[in-house]
Design a protein. Structure first.
Length: 436
């Protein structure tokens, strides 16, 4: 082997050694550079994680504050919901009370209308009866006036006629007494009607506060009172028939008095004629004597008939006074009817007021129901928001845990990369020493 080949081999060996040395030196540097780059990357990630952690902690605090605010709002909403439920229960109780009052007022109105109808019927019947009695009393007064005129005319009649007149006057006395008794009975009935109306009003107040049983009892009592009133009407009809019969008797007596008056007038004409004709007066002398005696006798009986006429006039005045009293009682009954109509109008106004209060209560209940629905919707919305916040908090917690785990792994990786870099540096120094 020559020197050239040895030199070639030595150069190749040296070249390989240099290449090997450079190759061995570049690998640890590259590893160290990669480790440093990874360390920087991990540090940047850690800084980012720390900033994210700080942001997450701030957001967590904000979420916790929001959660506390939502919890306070939830408590307020629950309180408002309870208050609304209490208001709804109170409104329902008020509605039930108003409904009961409305039913009671309707029953009272129905009872008042029924009583008013019966009272109107009774007043109509009483008016018709009073009108009939007034006509009969007027007829009786006219008949009494005609009878008084006939009594004054009958004072010129004969003694036999005066006896018949006394009997008829006795009949008139009995008829006037009957009319007076009827008037007194009507006055008593009017007083009873007034007292019954007063009792009816008191019973009506008791019935309204007594309930359905009291209303049924009041209706039964009203039916009994109607039966009693019907009985009294029958009695009054009988009295009216008696008064009608008395009027017929008075008409008969009046007709008889007219005939007697015609007879007396004929006798007076005959007397005047006999005075004018002497020959006729001789033939009619006994008749004239009889007439003179009859004229003397009534002249003597005239004062007694005048006293009786004054008494009958006083009785007629009493009957007129009774009629005035009946008229006053009728006006009082009309006043009571007007008062009942006023009470009915007041009850109707109260019913209208109760209806308006009921409508207002219904509107209030509807408004409370709408507020309750709105509160429930708000509560459900807040509950959904709270659920979403809780989900976000759990997500942030998971992210935080992952970031903490990544930071721990990075710190462990830094601790492992530092000895490796130290070993690479040592190897490089040893290579340089061998090369030298």
């Amino acid at each position: 082997m020559d020197t050239t080949q040895i030199l070639y081999l030595a150069g190749a060996f040296l070249l390989g050694f240099i290449i090997a040395w450079f190759a061995g030196r570049g690998g640890p540097q590259r590893a160290a550079a990669e480790a440093m780059a990874e360390t920087e990357t991990v540090r940047r990630k850690l800084s980012n994680v720390e900033s994210d952690l700080r942001k997450t902690q701030g957001q967590l605090k904000e979420n916790l504050a929001t959660l506390d605010q939502l919890a306070a709002d939830k408590d307020n909403l629950v309180k408002m919901l309870r208050t609304s439920e209490q208001g709804l229960s109170d409104a329902g109780a008020a509605l039930d009370r108003l409904t009961a009052e409305l039913a009671a007022a309707r029953d009272a109105n129905l009872l008042q209308q029924t009583e008013l109808g019966h009272t109107r019927d009774a007043l109509t019947v009483a008016r018709s009866q009073i009108a009939d009695l007034t006509a009969q009393l007027q007829t009786a007064a006219n008949t009494a006036a005609e009878a008084s005129a006939l009594v004054t005319t009958a004072a010129l009649a004969e003694e036999s006629m005066s006896q018949d007149s006394a009997e008829r006057l006795a009949e008139l006395e009995s008829q006037l007494a009957l009319a007076r008794a009827t008037a007194e009975r009507l006055a008593e009935k009017e007083a009873l009607v007034s007292a019954e109306l007063l009792l009816r009003r008191r019973e009506y107040r008791d019935v309204v506060t007594g309930g359905e049983d009291a209303i049924v009892a009041a209706l039964a009592a009203r039916d009994q009172a109607l039966a009693n009133a019907q009985t009294q009407l029958d009695y009054m009809r009988r009295d009216l028939s008696m008064l009608t019969a008395a009027g017929a008797q008075l008409a008969t007596a009046l007709e008889q008095r007219n005939r007697e008056y015609d007879l007396v007038r004929d006798r007076l004409v005959l007397q005047e004629t006999t005075r004018a004709l002497p020959e006729v007066s001789l033939a009619a002398a006994p008749v004239v004597t009889t007439e003179a005696e009859s004229e003397a006798t009534p002249a003597a009986a005239g004062p007694d008939l005048s006293d009786e006429l004054a008494a009958r006039t006083a009785e007629l005045d009493e009957i007129k006074q009774s009629y005035d009293e009946l008229k006053t009682a009728l006006e009082a009954a009309t006043t009571v009817r007007d008062e009942l109509q006023g009470q009915l109008a007041a009850q109707q106004e109260q019913l209208e007021a109760i209806n308006s209060q009921l409508a207002e209560s219904q509107h209030t209940i509807e408004a409370l129901a709408a507020e309750k629905a709105a509160l429930l919707r708000k509560l459900s919305t807040r509950a959904a928001m709270i659920g979403a916040l809780l989900t976000k908090i759990s997500d942030f917690d998971a992210q935080l845990r992952s970031l903490v785990a990544a930071r721990t792994q990075a710190e462990n990786h830094d601790d492992g990369a530092a000895p490796a870099a130290t070993e690479v540096t040592t190897q490089e120094e040893e290579g340089e020493t061998h090369a030298s």
